[in-house]
Design a protein around this ligand. Structure first.
Ligand code: 6PG
Length: 217
């Protein structure tokens, strides 16, 4: 599996692996499978971060941390001190963003991302000022739907990641997959184009509008 192999390679090369997990609903099945791969992953050498988070408590079903905890983290022996939840439920979101930025490694060894039907990735939404951020690595963000308040990594973090996987599933993503991968380059309109250099994992439905060899199930 790509994620298990990428983690193992980072640990073999650098003795540690800083991974950023993505949220939304798509990665749940991937995280469940990763948890079943228990023996092939050097869990104790992982340092776990998040690419974005919604402004809800950690036990809220809309929390990206909650989903990752439920599908993966609670099943595997990662030391709890090495799991860094994004505190997007903090009253002072700007201070929370700065504190999380200070925790980040220089580069993620492995960055997982998802694709929204509007072309967003992490919580970088089309037309948002966060897309022009060049200095800060974590900033407050505003989403179009509830929970609107978010924290998100910024474009330089995506650019700096050693290995990135974009994981997309479902027929409702087929059109945006086509626009992001085959349309003109305009990351302000289609922030997921910031991850064109990633390895893209598409299920058959999400790849339906690509030329025959464009996706893999
Ligand atoms: C979030 C995300 C976001 C997500 C996409 C896809 O917190 O909303 O991290 O970028 O990956 O919106 O979400 P689905 O998998 O739910 O379609």
């Amino acid at each position: 599996m790509w994620i298990a192999d990428a983690i193992a390679a980072a640990v073999a090369q650098r003795g540690t692996c800083a991974i950023a997990l993505s949220g939304g609903s798509t990665p749940r099945a991937v995280y469940e499978q990763l948890a079943r791969d228990e023996l092939s992953v050097p869990w104790e050498h992982l340092e776990v971060f998040f690419g974005d988070e919604r402004c809800v408590p950690p036990d809220d079903p809309a929390s990206n941390y909650h989903m990752a905890f439920d599908a993966l983290l609670r099943h595997v022996p990662i030391p709890r001190a090495r799991v860094h939840r994004m505190p997007a439920d903090s009253a002072d979101l700007d201070a929370a963003a700065r504190a999380y930025d200070a925790l980040l490694p220089e580069r993620f060894d492995v960055l997982l991302l998802g694709l929204g039907a509007d072309g967003h990735t992490a919580s970088l939404f089309p037309g948002a000022p966060t897309l022009d951020e060049r200095e800060r690595r974590v900033v407050p963000a505003e989403g179009p739907t509830a929970p609107r308040r978010r924290l998100t990594i910024t474009p330089p973090v995506i650019a700096a990641a050693r290995r990135t996987a974009m994981i997309v599933a479902g027929a409702e993503k087929a059109e945006i997959v086509e626009r992001v991968l085959q349309g003109p380059f305009d990351p302000h309109a289609l922030p997921a184009q910031l991850a064109l250099g990633a390895d893209w994992f598409l299920d058959r439905d999400a790849a339906a509008r690509l030329p025959q060899r464009g996706g893999r199930a």
